[in-house]
Structure formats: C-alpha cells, structure tokens
Design a protein around this ligand. Structure first.
Ligand code: HMG
Length: 349
C-alpha cells in the first residue's frame, strides 16, 4: 500500500468518531405497536441498485458463490454458468457469481475466470465476485467484473482461519483492494463474518462488528453485509447487534446474511426488516456452508425468503415458481433434494 493510500485511509479512521456522532444525530427510531420504524434523515449515498423504499427488498443471491464454494465434488463450470443465468432470468438483480480467491484454499472456485467469461450478463443485473487481495482483484478486473466484494470478520480466530491474517492486517490488505477497485471504477460491497458468533471464539461483541463494518464502509463500500456465518444468532441478539452497528452506519447501507444452521434465519431476517434493513442475502435451495466454519449449513433459502417477504407486503421482483424450479434443478445436479421448504411445497402441488 502506498504512503498516500495509508494516510487517506488513516484519516478516514480518525474521522470515524465524528461521523458516528453525525450518524446518530441524523437518525431517530420510534416503536409502533408491532414494528420498529426507522426515520432516516441521513442523505449519504445508499445502494446504487434499488429505490430506498420501505416495501422493496433487494435480494442478493449468493448461491453460485457461498452456496457452491463448500461442495466437495468439483461442479462443472457449465453447471455454474447455467445456474447464474437461470437466477438472473428468475428476476434476481444481484447474483454473486464466484470468487477470485486462492484455489489452494477454495478449489471449488478455481474456475472463476471461466465462469465470468461464459455467463450471459443481463442488463440491470449485477454479478459481484469476492476478492480477498489485490491478486484476486486484478484477476476479477481482467475477467470483466463490475463489482467486487471484500470480506473481513469480527472474530480474530475466524479471520486467521479464513484469510490467514489478523483483523488489523486484513483491514490494511482490503484497503489496498478497495483503493484499486475504486480507481478502476468498480462498485465495492463489504462483508463482515461472525456477527453473532464465531465457531472458535463463541459470542462476538457487537462493537467488534461495528468497528470492522465501519472500516469497510470508510474504504468505499456502498453496503455492508452482516454475516451470521454459523447461524447461531436469534432475533433479539440480531436486533441488539444491529442497534450497535447502526450507531456507526446508516441502516440503509446494511444487509443481513443469515445461515440457517440453527433454523433461526427467517426469524432473524424478519427481525432485521423490523429494524429497517432492506437488503437480504440468501442462497437458492439453501445451498452452502463456509469451508472455515465446521458444521455451518447453507444460507437461508432464497425461495423461503421471497415467500415470507411477499406474504408480508414486500416486493422482491423475483418469480418464485421459476426460482423454485431453478433450486430443484441445481439440487438434482448436486444429487440431493432442494433445501427450500417453500420450493418443496410449491413443486409438490
Ligand atoms: C486470502 C488468501 C489468498 C491468503 O492466503 P495465503 O496463503 O496467506 O496467501 P499468499 O499470498 O501467501 O499466497 C499463497 C498462494 O495462493 C496464491 N494466491 C493468493 N491469492 C490468490 C488469489 N486471490 N487468487 C489466486 N491465487 C492466489 C498465491 O499466488 C500463492 O500461490 P503459490 O505461490 O503458493 O503457487 C487465502 O486465505 C484465501 O484465498 N482465502 C479465501 C477463503 C474463502 O474464500 N473463504 C470463503 C469466503 S468468505 C465467506 O464465505 C463468508 C461470507 C462472505 O459468505 C459471509 C458469511 O457467511 O459470514
């Protein structure tokens, strides 16, 4: 990282206290009988993809990346490409396509370049890719990525296991990635893992989540996705974590990313919606699991999220039946039934 980059990033960190205070001042919450209503007066940049309305929920489909990265048997590139194309055709406006990580660490993502070359890029659809370092970013740019996701963790042990460095080292590494991504005109999304618990350390202090999230935001991420990587959180814990994080970051720049290991994902998403979050990550057919979080099951199934949202007055733009068929198809390619209960119910009719 050049001296100029370090100093601009450090200046950003130093101004964190001041901007946190401003964020607090510009945002007030009131309780109605059933839901927490967020009154936003903060006009800072929000996501470029969706109108910040209270009834539209943007779904970030992570199945082709988070869903498939943990599969033991190598999945043919053409299957991944067909999955991504079908998800976009089902109305998803963000389909996380792959990750430019070390193939020694995650062999399943070793065909990232080929995946990006072969997908049909539908107008209006974003195909972000994960980039852990500058090497990954350069490969992503060469592959024509328009958006990248950088990822850190609120747990020291998980950071070491996942990306082989401490949290503070990761922040420096990711700042270099963000600087180069911005210079290349790419959009950047940020992830924080272990927001409710860590497979190695147990409970995680929400203030650690807020610190990493704010660092990623200061680097230029337009949105921070908060990952309950091992699915241990429960609604009140998720809301308590959001309370702390929202003191540092506008809720309009937060997304929720729930794994369903303990069957809490939909409840946690609903609790996040009550808090004002309007971006939800999910994985078709509930595919997935993290290679560095033993026992973690997949993300919440996108089909189940869409069904819940649409029954509660939210719009998603997703064709649920088409999505359910896509989930059933990829599950059969992987040799198992779909993990979406909604898809099973719909398709059995
Ligand atoms: C970060 C590193 C690379 C550090 O790994 P390292 O071993 O410390 O890196 P290194 O710089 O020493 O390089 C080691 C080797 O990897 C190569 N290498 C290095 N970087 C790259 C790259 N980008 N692309 C391709 N190759 C790369 C590099 O060239 C070298 O090759 P060699 O000289 O030995 O032949 C590694 O730990 C890594 O790739 N980790 C990624 C782990 C991962 O993908 N985890 C899953 C995604 S995160 C997640 O799922 C959570 C999330 C986001 O979904 C949210 C949630 O649920 O919480």
């Amino acid at each position: 990282m050049s001296a100029t980059r370090i100093s601009s990033f450090t200046a950003g960190l130093l101004s964190r206290k001041a901007s946190r205070a401003a964020g607090l001042a510009s945002c007030s919450r009131t309780f109605s009988s059933t839901r927490l209503v967020l009154k936003e007066t903060n006009t800072s940049a929000t996501s470029p993809f969706f109108p910040a309305t209270s009834s539209f929920v943007r779904i970030v489909e992570v199945g082709p990346r988070d869903g498939l990265q943990n599969e033991k048997k190598l999945i043919p590139t053409e299957t991944k490409v067909a999955l991504i194309n079908r998800l976009a055709d089902a109305g998803l406006s963000v389909v996380e396509a792959t990750s430019f990580v070390s193939p020694k660490w995650v062999p399943q993502m070793g065909d990232a370049k080929q995946v990006m070359a072969q997908i049909t890029r539908k107008p209006g659809v974003s195909y972000p890719v994960l980039t852990p370092n500058v090497k990954g970013l350069e490969a992503a740019i060469a592959a024509g990525a328009q958006e990248v996701a950088i990822f850190g963790a609120a747990s020291e042990s998980f950071s070491q296991k996942n990306i082989n460095c401490s949290i503070s080292e990761s922040i420096k590494r990711l700042a270099a990635v963000a600087d180069q991504a911005k210079a290349a005109g790419l959009r950047i999304r940020g992830y924080v893992s272990c927001v409710a618990g860590c497979p190695y350390e147990g409970r995680i202090d929400p203030r650690a989540v807020a610190d990493v999230a704010k660092d990623l935001l200061d680097m230029g991420c337009y949105e921070i996705s908060l990952g309950d990587t091992i699915g241990v959180g429960r609604p009140r814990e998720i809301q308590a974590m959001l309370e702390v994080v929202a003191k540092a970051i506008s809720v309009r720049q937060l997304a929720i990313h729930c794994h369903d290991t303990y069957g809490q994902a939909l409840a946690n998403i609903y609790a996040s919606l009550q808090f004002g979050v309007r971006v939800v990550d999910s994985s078709v057919a509930g595919l997935g699991g993290c290679p560095y979080a033993k026992g973690a099951t997949g993300n919440v199934a996108t089909e189940d999220v869409v069904y819940m949202l649409e029954g509660n007055g939210f719009e998603t733009g997703v064709d649920l039946k088409e999505l359910a068929r896509t989930g059933q198809w990829i599950s059969s390619e992987l040799g198992r039934p779909t993990g979406s209960r909604v898809a099973r119910a719909l398709l059995s009719k």
